[in-house]
Design a protein around this ligand. Structure first.
Ligand code: 5GP
Ligand code: ZN
Length: 115
Protein backbone atom coordinates (compact mmCIF):
# COMPACT_ATOMS: atom_id res chain seq x y z
CA UNK A 1 0.00 0.00 0.00
CA UNK A 2 1.32 3.43 -0.92
CA UNK A 3 1.91 5.98 1.86
CA UNK A 4 3.43 9.45 1.89
CA UNK A 5 5.99 9.67 4.73
CA UNK A 6 5.23 13.37 5.23
CA UNK A 7 1.45 12.98 5.34
CA UNK A 8 -0.19 13.32 8.75
CA UNK A 9 -3.14 11.07 7.86
CA UNK A 10 -0.80 8.36 6.50
CA UNK A 11 0.97 8.56 9.87
CA UNK A 12 -2.36 8.04 11.66
CA UNK A 13 -3.20 5.18 9.26
CA UNK A 14 0.12 3.45 9.96
CA UNK A 15 -0.01 4.12 13.72
CA UNK A 16 3.04 6.43 13.74
CA UNK A 17 0.97 9.12 15.43
CA UNK A 18 -2.10 8.47 17.55
CA UNK A 19 -5.66 9.00 16.44
CA UNK A 20 -8.90 8.29 18.29
CA UNK A 21 -10.14 5.51 16.01
CA UNK A 22 -13.81 4.76 15.41
CA UNK A 23 -13.40 2.11 12.68
CA UNK A 24 -10.68 0.27 10.79
CA UNK A 25 -10.51 -2.35 8.06
CA UNK A 26 -8.02 -3.25 5.33
CA UNK A 27 -8.88 -0.24 3.19
CA UNK A 28 -10.43 2.41 5.44
CA UNK A 29 -9.88 4.15 8.74
CA UNK A 30 -12.24 6.45 10.65
CA UNK A 31 -11.11 8.63 13.54
CA UNK A 32 -12.31 11.63 15.51
CA UNK A 33 -11.27 15.07 14.22
CA UNK A 34 -8.80 16.74 16.57
CA UNK A 35 -10.75 20.04 16.35
CA UNK A 36 -14.39 18.93 16.20
CA UNK A 37 -16.98 21.26 14.68
CA UNK A 38 -19.89 19.25 16.06
CA UNK A 39 -20.53 16.91 19.03
CA UNK A 40 -19.55 13.98 16.79
CA UNK A 41 -17.01 14.76 14.04
CA UNK A 42 -15.37 11.83 12.29
CA UNK A 43 -12.94 11.70 9.39
CA UNK A 44 -13.15 8.67 7.08
CA UNK A 45 -9.99 8.10 5.04
CA UNK A 46 -8.64 5.47 2.67
CA UNK A 47 -5.46 3.88 4.02
CA UNK A 48 -3.79 4.37 0.64
CA UNK A 49 -2.43 7.88 0.08
CA UNK A 50 -4.61 9.73 -2.42
CA UNK A 51 -4.23 13.49 -2.04
CA UNK A 52 -7.73 14.59 -2.98
CA UNK A 53 -10.97 13.64 -4.64
CA UNK A 54 -9.85 15.02 -8.01
CA UNK A 55 -7.04 12.41 -8.01
CA UNK A 56 -9.23 9.32 -7.69
CA UNK A 57 -9.05 6.62 -10.36
CA UNK A 58 -11.46 3.91 -11.50
CA UNK A 59 -9.60 1.33 -9.38
CA UNK A 60 -10.56 3.34 -6.26
CA UNK A 61 -14.28 2.83 -6.87
CA UNK A 62 -14.68 0.07 -4.32
CA UNK A 63 -13.33 1.92 -1.26
CA UNK A 64 -14.94 5.18 -2.40
CA UNK A 65 -18.30 3.43 -2.23
CA UNK A 66 -17.41 1.92 1.13
CA UNK A 67 -16.72 5.39 2.55
CA UNK A 68 -20.32 6.42 1.93
CA UNK A 69 -21.69 3.15 3.26
CA UNK A 70 -19.64 3.58 6.42
CA UNK A 71 -20.85 7.11 7.27
CA UNK A 72 -24.42 6.24 8.39
CA UNK A 73 -23.22 3.10 10.13
CA UNK A 74 -20.67 5.00 12.23
CA UNK A 75 -23.08 7.83 13.02
CA UNK A 76 -25.55 5.27 14.34
CA UNK A 77 -22.80 3.66 16.42
CA UNK A 78 -21.87 7.09 17.81
CA UNK A 79 -25.48 7.68 18.89
CA UNK A 80 -26.30 10.25 16.22
CA UNK A 81 -30.05 9.83 15.56
CA UNK A 82 -31.20 13.13 14.06
CA UNK A 83 -29.17 13.45 10.88
CA UNK A 84 -25.59 14.32 9.99
CA UNK A 85 -23.53 16.17 7.40
CA UNK A 86 -20.92 14.70 5.04
CA UNK A 87 -18.28 16.96 3.46
CA UNK A 88 -15.26 16.36 1.21
CA UNK A 89 -13.12 19.46 0.70
CA UNK A 90 -11.05 19.33 -2.49
CA UNK A 91 -8.08 21.56 -3.29
CA UNK A 92 -7.34 25.16 -2.39
CA UNK A 93 -10.67 26.64 -3.43
CA UNK A 94 -12.42 23.71 -1.77
CA UNK A 95 -10.84 24.69 1.54
CA UNK A 96 -8.78 21.51 1.86
CA UNK A 97 -6.08 21.72 4.54
CA UNK A 98 -4.82 18.13 4.79
CA UNK A 99 -3.88 16.64 1.41
CA UNK A 100 -4.94 13.06 2.05
CA UNK A 101 -8.48 12.43 0.84
CA UNK A 102 -10.93 12.45 3.75
CA UNK A 103 -14.65 12.68 4.29
CA UNK A 104 -15.89 14.70 7.24
CA UNK A 105 -18.97 13.26 8.90
CA UNK A 106 -20.48 15.33 11.63
CA UNK A 107 -23.61 15.18 13.68
CA UNK A 108 -25.13 15.54 17.11
CA UNK A 109 -27.36 18.21 18.62
CA UNK A 110 -26.99 21.74 17.22
CA UNK A 111 -25.75 24.43 17.40
CA UNK A 112 -22.48 23.36 15.82
CA UNK A 113 -19.27 25.39 15.77
CA UNK A 114 -19.29 25.59 11.96
CA UNK A 115 -21.71 24.77 9.16
P1 5GP B 1 -9.78 19.75 5.61
O1 5GP B 1 -9.86 21.24 5.80
O2 5GP B 1 -8.49 19.34 4.95
O3 5GP B 1 -10.99 19.18 4.94
O4 5GP B 1 -9.84 19.13 7.07
C1 5GP B 1 -8.75 18.64 7.75
C2 5GP B 1 -9.23 18.24 9.13
O5 5GP B 1 -8.23 17.45 9.74
C3 5GP B 1 -9.50 19.43 10.07
O6 5GP B 1 -10.86 19.37 10.51
C4 5GP B 1 -8.51 19.21 11.21
O7 5GP B 1 -9.05 19.55 12.48
C5 5GP B 1 -8.19 17.74 11.12
N1 5GP B 1 -6.86 17.37 11.57
C6 5GP B 1 -5.69 17.95 11.21
N2 5GP B 1 -4.65 17.34 11.81
C7 5GP B 1 -5.16 16.34 12.57
C8 5GP B 1 -4.58 15.36 13.41
O8 5GP B 1 -3.36 15.27 13.60
N3 5GP B 1 -5.43 14.49 14.01
C9 5GP B 1 -6.77 14.53 13.83
N4 5GP B 1 -7.52 13.63 14.47
N5 5GP B 1 -7.36 15.45 13.03
C10 5GP B 1 -6.58 16.36 12.41
ZN1 ZN C 1 -1.51 10.31 3.19
Amino acid sequence: MSHDPNCIFCKIATGQIPGRKAYEDDELLAFHDIHPWAPVHLLIIPKVHVAMLSDVQPEHQSWLGKMLLLAPRLMKEQGVSNGFRTVINTGADGGQEVYHLHMHVYGGPRPWLKG
